[in-house]
Write a protein that binds this ligand. Structure first.
Ligand SMILES: Cc1ncc(COP(=O)(O)O)c(C=O)c1O
Length: 243
């Protein structure tokens, strides 16, 4: 492995990286181009930029709530970032916790499955520290019970499970592009999905909230501006070349 060719987490890029990233961006179309490059990298039809990972998650919860009214429980592992619970509360939903595996710190499938009820809207397996979480049992149970699966891939962009990149396996996935993450735009997030209905709803929720000067800049992706995007482009290229 040639470390000098792979800027690591939290290490600033060199000027030449920023400059070469800038070449990818022309005016306002930069975000669209970044979304399309990110969707290609993860392997989904849609990638939607957001202000950070939490707001990408929040927007997807609102879209799922609209799609399945009457369901209000969201299951997350007990060990993850606390902001997931804040987003769940803000979306008017309830957090339910499940266990994690002692050896990987990833979500424990059986515990997540036994926490599911007829009120469960969505479950959020988290891919901690870049290690993909086992999803097979969770996916098949959720399919039977009509429950959404949102992968928290904030710490694992580019990681693969059975040949598929995380963030492309469940109904949706979300990523953090904040400082210190593997792919960063300094501040930012992305929601990925193959589900056209969810993508339309999430885009509409994002633009409605932006127009209303909403509570979360999030949905607005306002932070993803040209210089920061150039860094994101360059990191995407480096990650794609590595894997
Ligand atoms: C596992 C996990 N989920 C969610 C988030 C939230 O992402 P953001 O800080 O971009 O809102 C993070 C950020 O550290 C994270 O590590």
């Amino acid at each position: 492995m040639n470390i000098s060719k792979q800027p690591t987490t939290a290490v600033p890029l060199k000027f030449q990286h920023i400059f070469s990233g800038l070449r990818c961006i022309v005016g306002k179309s930069g975000i669209k181009k970044f979304e399309s490059a990110f969707a290609d990298f993860i392997g989904t039809r849609h990638a939607i930029a957001a202000g950070n990972g939490t707001t990408a998650f929040y927007a997807s919860l609102l879209a799922m709530k609209e799609a399945r009214p009457g369901r209000d429980e969201v299951i997350i592992p007990a060990y993850t970032v606390p902001v997931l619970s804040l987003a769940i509360n803000m979306a008017g939903l309830k957090t339910k916790l499940c266990d994690i595996q002692r050896d990987t710190f990833n979500t424990e499938s059986d515990s997540m499955i036994s926490a599911m009820t007829d009120k469960t809207l969505t479950v959020v397996p988290v891919h901690m520290f870049g290690f993909p979480c086992a999803l097979e049992k969770i996916l098949s149970t959720c399919k039977e019970r009509d429950i959404f699966v949102i992968e928290d891939a904030c710490q694992a962009p580019g990681a693969k499970l059975n040949g598929k990149r995380v963030g492309s396996i469940g109904d949706a996935g979300f990523f953090s592009l904040c400082k210190g993450k593997n792919i960063t735009t300094f501040h930012g997030g992305v929601l990925t999905t193959d589900n056209d209905m969810l993508a339309v709803k999430i885009r509409s929720i994002s633009s409605r909230r932006k127009a209303a000067g909403a509570e979360l800049a999030a949905c607005s992706n306002a932070c993803c501006r040209s210089l920061s995007l150039s860094k994101g482009f360059e990191k995407l290229k480096l990650n794609a070349a590595k894997s």
